[in-house]
Design a protein around this ligand. Structure first.
Ligand code: RB5
Length: 144
């Protein structure tokens, strides 16, 4: 799978390890920053990742900030983006199966590296089940 990854200063410390895990699982990862611990605004990185996903069919995203909340709020403003804020491998797996999420968000100040790795593995190996979930996902997109 092709991934775009972005973080703010609150997610920077785990970003390189996340990239390493994703690549070890056979994925291609493009790092859209941030590239240091210096304070930045998380929406800037959520916008970069979401725009890249929408212009690259079939791609996915990872967004990391302190809590994951600001990233997920921003990403879910985009039609066609389904960003899931997760704290465990169960929700990471189910959100791919049921919501066809294309962005995984989490907070570096909330979950440790072991949980992050479990979530990445769960999310990568899970597949959208379609069926009854297809119409539900379409109803998300059909907001008026
Ligand atoms: C930055 O301090 C923090 O607000 C940000 O990383 C994130 O948690 C926002 O939702």
């Amino acid at each position: 799978m092709k991934f775009f990854i972005g973080c703010d200063h609150g997610g920077y410390s785990v970003k390189s390890k996340v990239i390493q895990i994703l690549e070890s699982l056979g994925n291609e990862v493009k790092d859209l920053g941030t590239h240091s611990n210096q304070s930045v605004d998380y929406p800037d990185y959520a916008h970069k990742v979401c725009k890249s996903i929408l212009s690259t069919p079939g791609s996915n995203g990872i967004l990391i900030c302190g809590t994951g909340i600001g990233m997920s709020i921003t990403a879910n403003r985009y039609k066609g983006i389904r960003a899931a804020l997760c704290t465990d491998s169960y929700t990471a797996s189910i959100t791919k199966q049921h919501n066809n999420s294309n962005v995984l968000c989490f907070g570096q100040r909330v979950v440790g590296m072991g949980v992050i790795e479990d979530m990445l593995r769960a999310w990568c190996k899970s597949e959208f089940e379609a069926g009854r979930h297809q119409a539900r996902v379409e109803k998300i997109e059909n907001i008026t």
